[in-house]
Design a protein around this ligand. Sequence first.
Ligand code: PGA
Length: 249
Amino acid sequence: MRRGLIGGNWKMNGSREFVAAFASRWTELHATPVDDVFICPPIGLFDALSRALPHVVLGAQNVYLEASGAYTGEHSADMVSDLGARFALVGHSERRQLFGEDDSTVAGKFLASQRAGVTPVLCVGETLDERRAGAAADVVARQIDAVVAAAGIGAFNDAVVAYEPVWAIGTGETATPAEAQEMHEMIRERLTKSDQNVGDAIRILYGGSVKADNAALLFAEPDIDGGLVGGASLDAAELNTIRQSLPEH
Ligand code: PGA
């Protein structure tokens, strides 16, 4: 049985004032700490969020693939670990599209995260053009295979995958539960072919306009183990409702 998981990706949003308001709303909603949610604030807000919510599970939105050195503006996986991150997104489509990250860079970041003891959340997904061309499954398979080739299938024992069709991110357009399930099943089968246990156990999150009102139907699909939530994660109450849509609630 895979435990459901929700990641909140704040992207480049927030301020210390925002963190204070989010934290007080989150605290009202949770008398006890919850560990089926991790939140990825911008690095500059890690400290504010972890002070305001000492039990919150933190994730980084990105890490650099080298451990230290002359890489102005970057943060290593060790650094985000030192700040308390337990998860790190690698290969988010905005990183791939806006910052030119290719499969080999993403594989390097995946490995760097694991070396630092931070669980990588490998983000994969096709663009609208790729879907229209009938290439969605091939693109996602290639993105998965590149990391399996670099890290080995065993590395997926401590990893999460997030399937996020690029055309559904921040657009308000969600893949239907059936469309998402088809891709999740393909990803799981691909991993299962290399290692049955890894395929059975790995958590595959869906991302792309997950909201309070569509989460339950997505999470009801057999291969969708939770969500990676962007816009809706900025609202503590909505993020909580999405969390409560996980089947075990
Ligand atoms: P969205 O973003 O929920 O705002 O579509 C998801 C993501 O980019 O992880």
